[in-house]
Design a protein around this ligand. Structure first.
Ligand SMILES: Cc1ncc(COP(=O)(O)O)c(C=O)c1O
Length: 320
């Protein structure tokens, strides 16, 4: 049978740069949480160890698959406190926090059986060979969804493709109107992504991800991170090892300054809370609770240059 030729002519479509994705050979899925679900389904784990300090959307697949989970703690260096013996068919998920914990990931890869690495905050950290690792694209780039999964397993689920076009309005509004105008749509999109079944990454997200200059994004993030660190290392309660950091998500500043988050937001420096659910999961006496309250994840992505980082530094200093 002759294959039908593609349509020729008609209106001109949105033109996007053509290039290569960062992880072209990985399994391409619609969301990070669903990449986690994909792993749970193919590996058939019967128990999951999760850090208290993570995002609650990771519970969605566990509830869907009725897999029990237990929380474990992290210490003040964000290292997991594995003071228990994981069961034979259990897995342990570790989050590469802010993209600054690659050394820890490498260490855990050697010692923890059935390790799953959540690189949702560490897009630029490559997986450690043989270690199941997933990525979420929307935390780093202007896409509504998209995830990559690296696994050595050959088992594959058969999936239909997701369609992203109806989750796009915040991305377009931010260009033509303003980030603030698109914010409501962004929140709506977050709700829509909840309990969305596993699907393949949409063609639209994949096309956008194929047109990004990843090296440029990575080097801007590194320069911005270093600049912020120079200015803030002296007051940051979180110890940071600069040499292994490559393409981080944010600069994690921890200071015991009540009202700092609100004050930054009032000055139009938007810092999220990672994560509101941690305040419910972890008791007030736990470090995780303290971290969720006092962490200020300072933006440093490809949209910003050193002068923007200087503005952040000045603003933070004005709060002290
Ligand atoms: C640490 C972490 N892991 C995983 C996810 C899930 O990613 P996605 O929104 O693509 O499902 C998120 C956020 O949503 C996250 O913050």
């Amino acid at each position: 049978m002759r294959k039908e030729h593609k349509t020729i002519g008609g209106y001109i479509e949105l033109q996007l740069p053509e290039g290569q994705e960062q992880y072209p050979s990985f399994i391409k899925l619609n969301t990070g949480r669903n990449a986690f679900e994909y792993l749970l389904r193919i590996k058939k784990y019967s128990l999951v160890y999760l850090p208290y300090f993570t995002c609650e959307v990771l519970l969605e697949p566990l509830r869907r698959l009725s897999i029990p989970y237990r929380f474990y703690r992290i210490d003040r260096q964000l290292e997991p406190q594995i003071d228990f013996e994981p069961e034979e068919n259990a897995c342990l998920l570790y989050t590469n926090y802010f993209g600054i914990k690659q050394d820890t990931v490498r260490r855990l890869a050697k010692t923890v059986k059935n390790l799953i690495v959540d690189n949702a905050q560490a897009f630029f950290c490559p997986p450690v060979a043989g270690i199941d690792t997933f990525y979420s694209c929307r935390k780093f780039f202007g896409v509504p969804d998209g995830a990559y999964l690296y696994t050595e397993s050959n088992t594959r689920l058969s999936l239909e493709s997701d369609i992203s076009v109806y989750r796009f309005s915040h991305l377009i509004k931010s260009i033509d109107l303003s980030i603030e105008t698109g914010y409501h749509d962004y929140l709506k999109n977050n709700i829509i992504l909840g309990n969305n079944p596993i699907k393949k990454m949409s063609v639209l997200s994949q096309r956008i991800l194929s047109g990004i200059d990843y090296e440029e994004c990575r080097s801007i993030r590194n320069a911005n991170f270093q600049h912020l660190h120079q200015g803030l290392a002296g007051i940051n309660q979180l110890p940071i090892q600069l040499d292994s950091i490559d393409g981080p998500m944010v600069y994690p500043l921890v200071i015991d300054q009540s009202g700092a988050r609100k004050a930054l937001i009032a000055k139009k420096i938007f810092v999220a809370t990672y994560w509101p659910n941690v305040l419910e999961w972890a008791g007030e006496d736990l470090f995780e609770h303290y971290l969720a309250r006092h962490l200020l994840p300072l933006p440093l992505d490809h949209r910003y240059r050193i002068r923007d980082m200087d503005h952040i530094l000045e603003t933070v200093r004005s709060l002290l």
